[in-house]
Design a protein around this ligand. Structure first.
Ligand code: 13P
Length: 236
């Protein structure tokens, strides 16, 4: 399974380095693919068994894009994994589907492993499952769902950082629908904690989790890796 930590705008370089060391030591003993997305300023050439990815980048080699980083800045640290379409970039930073698709195409052409995020806001969820699936379908526009280095993360916007989560049944239903769109590994994200991670990981069509706040505690994040190992040993 895939156990991924999105550190968002948290940790200094020093804190990130010790986090990566601690999680790396644990992950070494695990069969899971463990990914960490640090803040931009904490990207580095880490000697680690973890996959280190970028939370974002501009679709360019370099150039005049104030405040952004491009391919050149990722290549310096041999970063070959990127998160695209995260809800905070869609809803707080205002990225459009057209721009997200352009970014996807650029990093696909560069052979990056892409963790592509989709998910509906609260009002859409409240409008029902048909509205939810229609909304998510639009987030697949311009995205090559057959790309072999694609990982998809279903993260309902209303579940991110709120402590709220869909029911297990709802996750199973949505994931089954999303699996019809792409056979890529499908992660669940949104208020994943040590108290619910194992239940999520045990579901059909859940191939891993993408964790925000709870992942900031290395020990909690390592516990989630352990859950995945346990489930695999139990032949999930
Ligand atoms: P939380 O785990 O804090 O809800 O964040 C989820 C997320 O956005 C991961 O990308």
């Amino acid at each position: 399974m895939i156990i991924a930590a999105n550190l968002k705008t948290n940790f200094t370089r020093k804190e990130t380095a010790s986090y990566i060391e601690e999680v790396g030591k644990y992950a070494q003993k695990s069969a899971q693919k463990v990914m960490v997305f640090p803040a931009m300023t904490s990207l580095d050439n880490y000697l680690t068994p973890l996959t280190i990815g970028s939370q974002n980048a501009y679709p360019t080699l370099n150039g005049a894009f104030t405040g952004e980083i491009g391919l050149e800045q990722l290549q310096e640290f041999e970063i070959k994994t990127i998160l695209i379409g995260h809800s905070e970039r869609r809803h707080i930073l205002g990225e459009s589907q057209a721009f997200i698709a352009q970014k996807f195409e650029y990093f696909k052409d560069q052979g990056f492993e892409i963790v592509y995020c989709v998910g509906e806001p609260k009002e859409v969820r409240e409008a029902g499952s048909e509205a939810t699936l229609e909304y998510i379908a639009k987030q697949y526009e311009g995205i090559d769902t057959t790309y072999d280095k694609l990982i998809i993360a279903y993260e309902p916007v209303w579940a991110i950082g709120t402590g709220l989560t869909p029911t297990l049944k709802d996750i199973e239903t949505i994931h089954a629908e999303l699996k019809k769109k792409s056979t890529a590994p499908l992660l669940y994200g949104g208020s994943v904690k040590i108290t619910n991670a194992k239940d999520f990981l045990a579901l059909d069509n859940v191939d891993g989790v993408l964790v925000g706040s709870a992942a900031l505690y290395a020990e909690h994040f390592c516990t989630m890796i352990e859950y995945a190992d346990e489930l695999e040993n139990e032949n999930k």
